[in-house]
Every structure is written in structure tokens, then in C-alpha cells.
Ligand binder design. Structure first.
Ligand code: NAD
Ligand code: MG
Length: 393
């Protein structure tokens, strides 16, 4: 029986993963090792009971009593905290979903790779912050990383049985997010509620706001660079409001292979879960005749400064990705908390990178995960300070 674990089971990716596991037979098909979540302990317990998991872990120690109560009599072990999360990743499983949001997924991801698992990687921050180390860890331990971000799953599928040497360019598409049709003048006053409404995809709040600011696409450009080992100049972004073409690969003979599908993450998750096979998946089938037309446009660099920042981060390389992601997470927290405006997020990230490159060699290649975690912590302090300064003006 195949063993699985789901990190971030209670999130948007986690719920879709759970849905697929249950549809594909649940505990009759899979032996579930660990499920993890945050404060939604009732839901976590419900999932753990349904899949008869060995262990359920909440990231928060104060949630442990509630989780224990909810699991009473189930035979599922309840644990809490960052150490328990990392230890849950030490428990061998054949297939592990990395569906925690943010840099918090890093430690469990590395620990999971150490036992040679197949890591289904929804968490793009892992590649942005620690791409070279993560890919090296997978090689060292004979583990496999399968991309789950829809664009990267699309690229992966477009590259099946192709030679990377023949690839000229990779194009990832962007919906344009909640504000794609807003006049730029209105963006400064955009609210959290407005930024949290994605036109096409139902996702967690953080990635939805990152889609409106294009920080999500900025992370994905870096993710493409790190995962597929392709140079930054070969990666392009196209705004594609229909979100039906997820990525295109252009080859040296001028041909392109792309991937189309409904905007439903269960495709990419289901692909990674059943790889190398294709299983029947409960996603909508496209009726292109009724769609009628697919539209594409170049992204406006003034509207989306995050895309320029991603290019600068790749040019610096080394630890810059870790600093970029952490500063972005803090800026996003600042926006969600109402401390800074929507447009100020990019300014905070740019300023944090500038200040950090003044005091350390951001381009230095990371040798250890600790170097990355230290840079992450330093970038959080720097970005928080910048937000405090903005608050005082
Ligand atoms: P979400 O906010 O819906 O869920 C996040 C999950 O992580 C929850 O289970 C939460 O409890 C857990 N979590 C949050 N903070 C944690 C912490 N500090 N420690 C441990 N656990 C923590 O997020 P999501 O939208 O499901 O996204 C998850 C990841 O997948 C992100 O990296 C995102 O960029 C990526 N992704 C998501 C989608 C999508 O459709 N939602 C698409 C592509 C990629
Ligand atoms: Mg994506």
C-alpha cells in the first residue's frame, strides 16, 4: 500500500489533496502517515479520522489540547509545534505533499527529502528561498520533486520526453489577478477584501493577494529558473485572463508545446499523485468552442514592479531569493494588517533588498539550510523596520 503525508492539509492545496485521496479510495488505497495544519484543528482531526492517519500535527502548541480532544478514541496521535512538524516529516512516506504556505515549509521539506520520498511541491517558496540546496538534497538522497504549481506542472508535462537542450524559452501565464482591469491610480487605495477576490482560481488568501500584486508570478519565475535550470532570459510571462493555458515551452525548431486545462488545482495535484500514470480526475473538461477565444498580453512593468524585482533577484542569485521571499511575506502581512497600502508592498521589498545588500553578500551561494534561515530572519527584521518607518511618516 502506498504511504502518503500531507503538510498543510487544512489549506486550499491540502483540501484538494484530501479530496483526491478520498476519491481514489482513501484508507483503502493509501496508508496515511502524517497530516498537518494550523488552527483549524477540528477539520484536521476530521481529515485524520477519515484517512486513519498515524499522526496529526498542528503548528501551534496552544492548539494541542483541542486537537487531542478532537482525536480522542480515534487512534490518531496528536502533536504540536515546529519540532513535531519536522519530526512528522522524518516519518517515511512514499509521497509527501508540501502544501504549507511560506518559508515554514522549508524544514519539513528538507527532512522529507532526506528519506528519499517523492515530494509533491506546491510550496513555491521552497524553490525561491533554497532552490539549489533543495534540488541537491533531492539528488543526494535519491528523492524526487514533482512540481504542483499549475504553471510548473504544465511545463513539466510539456517537457515529457523532450530534451532540455532543445528548449529555447518557457512562457508562464498570469491571470493578472484581482486588479488586472483597474486603473493604476486606484491601486494605492485597494483593500485587503478586494485583493482577496481572484477572478479565476480559488486559493488561500496569501497567494490570492500575491496574484493581484504579481508577487506570485515573481516567485514563479524564480521557481521556473530553479526547478528547470533554465536561464532567466529564457523565461517569459504573459498575461492570459482566461487562465486556461498554464504554460508554454518553445523549442529551438520554433515549435511550442503548451498545456491547457480548467483552473482547478486538482489537476496538478492529481497529476503529481498519480505520476507517471494519468488517472481519471474530477476536473471540468474544457469546451473550447464555448470559450471562443484565448487572449494574451505582455505584462505592464509599471503596474507589476514585482516582476522586475524577480529579475534582479535572479541576477544577484545566492541568498537573494531567501531575502526576497521573507521581505515579501512581511510586506504581505503588513498589507493584510492594514499597516501599508497595496502599492507599498513592492517598495518595502525593494528597500529591504537594498538595505540587506548593503550589509551582507546577498549573492553568496548558500551552503547550508541555516544560512538560508538566517537570511530569512534578517530580511524579516529589515522589512518590519521599514514598515515601522512608513508608519511613522
Ligand atoms: P493556505 O493558506 O490555504 O493553507 C496553508 C496551509 O499551511 C494550512 O494548512 C495552514 O495551517 C498551514 N500553515 C500556515 N502557516 C504555517 C506555519 N507557520 N507552520 C506550519 N503550517 C502552516 O495556502 P494554499 O493556498 O493552500 O497554498 C499552500 C502553498 O501552495 C503555498 O506555497 C502556495 O504558494 C502554493 N500554491 C497554492 C495554490 C493554490 O491554488 N492554493 C496554487 C499553487 C501553489
Ligand atoms: Mg501558479
Amino acid at each position: 500500500m502506498r504511504s502518503v503525508s500531507v503538510f498543510g492539509a487544512t489549506g486550499s492545496i491540502g483540501e484538494s489533496t484530501f479530496d483526491l485521496l478520498m476519491r481514489q479510495g482513501g484508507p483503502a488505497t493509501y496508508h496515511t502517515v502524517a497530516l498537518t495544519g494550523g488552527r483549524s484543528v477540528m477539520r484536521l482531526a476530521e481529515m485524520a479520522r477519515a484517512l486513519q492517519a498515524e499522526i496529526a500535527v498542528t503548528a501551534y502548541e496552544d492548539c494541542l489540547p483541542a486537537l487531542r480532544d478532537a482525536l480522542a478514541g480515534s487512534g490518531v496521535r496528536a502533536e504540536a509545534g515546529a519540532t513535531a512538524l519536522a519530526e512528522a516529516a522524518d516519518r517515511p512516506a512514499d509521497w509527501i505533499m508540501s502544501g504549507i504556505v511560506g518559508a515554514a515549509a522549508l524544514v519539513p521539506g528538507f527532512r522529507a527529502l532526506a528519506h528519499g520520498t517523492t515530494l509533491a511541491l506546491a510550496n513555491k517558496e521552497s524553490l525561491v528561498t533554497a532552490g539549489s540546496l533543495l534540488m541537491a538534497a533531492a539528488r543526494t538522497h535519491g528523492a524526487r520533486i514533482l512540481p504542483v504549481d499549475s504553471e510548473h506542472s504544465a511545463i513539466f508535462q510539456s517537457l515529457l520526453s523532450e530534451d532540455m537542450d532543445a528548449v529555447e524559452r518557457i512562457i508562464i501565464t498570469a491571470s493578472g489577478g484581482a486588479f488586472r482591469d483597474w486603473p493604476i491610480e486606484r491601486l494605492a487605495a485597494a483593500t485587503v477584501a478586494e485583493a482577496s477576490r481572484h477572478p479565476n482560481w480559488a486559493m488561500g488568501q496569501r497567494i490570492t493577494i500575491d496574484s493581484a500584486s504579481m508577487f506570485n508570478k515573481a516567485l514563479e519565475i524564480i521557481e521556473t529558473h530553479e526547478f528547470f535550470g533554465i536561464s532567466p532570459e529564457q523565461i517569459e510571462v504573459l498575461v492570459h485572463p482566461e487562465s486556461l493555458v498554464h504554460a508554454l515551452v518553445g523549442f529551438r525548431d520554433g515549435g511550442m508545446i503548451g498545456h491547457l486545462g480548467a483552473p482547478d488545482m486538482r489537476h496538478a495535484i492529481g497529476y503529481a499523485l498519480n505520476w507517471p500514470d494519468r488517472a481519471h480526475l474530477p476536473v471540468a473538461r474544457l469546451d473550447l468552442a464555448s470559450v471562443g477565444r484565448l487572449t494574451f498580453a505582455a505584462p505592464d512593468p509599471v503596474r507589476y514592479p514585482a516582476l522586475r524585482l524577480a529579475r534582479e533577484v535572479m541576477e544577484t542569485g545566492g541568498l537573494a531569493g531567501a531575502a526576497f521571499n521573507a521581505a515579501k511575506e512581511v510586506a504581505l502581512d503588513g498589507f493584510i494588517a492594514g499597516r501599508i497600502g497595496f502599492l507599498a508592498m513592492a517598495g518595502v521589498v525593494e528597500e529591504a533588498l537594498a538595505r540587506m545588500s548593503g550589509v551582507m553578500a546577498l549573492g553568496k551561494a548558500p551552503e547550508t539550510l541555516d544560512m538560508i534561515l538566517d537570511t530569512d530572519a534578517e530580511a524579516r527584521v529589515t522589512a518590519s523596520r521599514i514598515i515601522d518607518e512608513i508608519g511613522r511618516i
